[in-house]
Design a protein around this ligand. Structure first.
Ligand SMILES: Cc1cc2nc3c(=O)[nH]c(=O)nc-3n(C[C@H](O)[C@H](O)[C@H](O)COP(=O)(O)O)c2cc1C
Length: 330
């Protein structure tokens, strides 16, 4: 399958693995790239630019296919040294960065000087247009279904993607709610030129996370995610658990006067507990509605191959049969 996204990034399949805190290590990113998609190492999971450089080197030993780094600009308790992270990315030969959280405008000159292609992940058409205006090469349009931060507009991809297609000139991928070939074909039909997946890649054999996390995803249904931190305008879609119930209770009690400190225990430092130690009830960790469609734990290669063959089956058999007027399976 060839699209402007596969051409832009020099990849075989239009399937990206978005940055994921404590999941997007070299091993997962390399597995996705080796399978023909595009894997992203999560920059800030590496506590320093030097550690990120080492992680990139590790990934390079696992694959010589294109690989990217995610840089997330989020309201953190102390701002990371972004220019140094960008330097580590550039010096170690990575030429694709996924930005997220807020506009990468401030850092665009650094990216461009280093010849880095930027795909900015955002949750609204106005932010996507801004990304295009400031020189991003592509956009990842993250709908309300997504795991992580869906923004505050609550527009699902069935509406958001066609609106993005009407407005944008640069190519974009659909992000949020995609886990199989049906999702890929739907995204393409709505105007995207590829997909970005998070949650689905966590439930793979190659994801370097505790087995409890993968099992929790297989066990969960589409009814098991919750939105937290909405009163702080930092909404996150997470898998429901005891820690998340606690956050929701505090949010209800404090109302509009809530501060991040009130839920510090349930949101700060949770990822290592969940992903490394397998304490899946420890607090808030991102998970998308697509969890309802996750029933197994394949390898990344099995997953990517399955998505592409399902997409092929849908486009060249089911849909084209329908278009030619045949209702019955041939
Ligand atoms: C466990 C987990 C951690 C994530 N961490 C980050 C992150 O650090 N930075 C980021 O930009 N996106 C993060 N995301 C969002 C993903 O990159 C991706 O945009 C999102 O998962 C897409 O929605 P989906 O889960 O429905 O596929 C995370 C998602 C998950 C599931």
């Amino acid at each position: 399958m060839r699209t402007r996204i596969t051409d832009l990034f020099g990849i075989e399949h239009p399937i990206l693995q978005g940055g994921m805190h404590y999941v997007g290590f070299a091993s997962l990113a390399a597995a996705v790239s080796e399978a023909g998609g595009l894997g992203f190492i999560t920059g800030l999971t590496q506590r320093t630019p030097e550690l990120l450089a080492k992680e990139i080197v590790k990934a390079r030993e696992l694959t010589d296919k294109p690989i990217g780094v995610n840089l997330t600009f989020l309201p953190t308790f102390s701002a990371p040294p972004y220019p140094e992270y960008i330097q580590a990315i550039a010096e170690n030969g990575v030429s694709i960065v996924e930005t997220a959280g807020r506009s990468p405008e401030e850092y665009m000159p650094l990216f461009k000087q280093a010849g880095i292609k930027v795909i900015h992940k955002c949750t609204s058409v106005r932010h996507a247009l801004k990304a295009e205006r400031i020189g991003c090469d592509a956009v990842s349009v993250d709908g309300f279904e997504c795991g992580g931060h869906p923004g505050e507009d609550d527009i699902p991809n069935m509406i958001l993607l066609p609106l993005a297609a009407e407005a944008l000139t640069v190519p974009f991928v659909a992000s949020g709610g995609i886990g199989d070939g049906r999702g890929l074909v739907a995204a393409l039909a709505l105007g995207a030129e590829g997909v970005n997946m998070g949650t689905r890649f966590v439930a793979t054999k190659d994801a370097p996370v505790h087995e409890n996390v993968k099992q929790a995803l297989v066990d969960a249904t589409e009814l098991d995610t919750r939105l937290v931190m909405r009163p702080l305008r930092n909404t996150e879609r997470v898998l429901n658990n005891a820690g998340v119930e606690k956050i929701r209770q505090i949010e209800q009690e404090k109302g509009a006067s809530i501060k991040i400190d009130d839920i510090f225990e349930q949101v700060a430092g949770v990822y290592p507990k969940v992903m490394v130690e397998g304490q899946v009830e420890a607090g808030a960790w991102s998970c998308g509605l697509v969890v309802g469609l996750i029933h197994d734990v394949p390898t990344v290669k099995e997953l990517v191959d399955r998505i592409m063959s399902e997409a092929d089956e849908i486009i060249s058999k089911r849909l084209s049969r329908s278009m030619s007027g045949a209702l019955e399976a041939a």
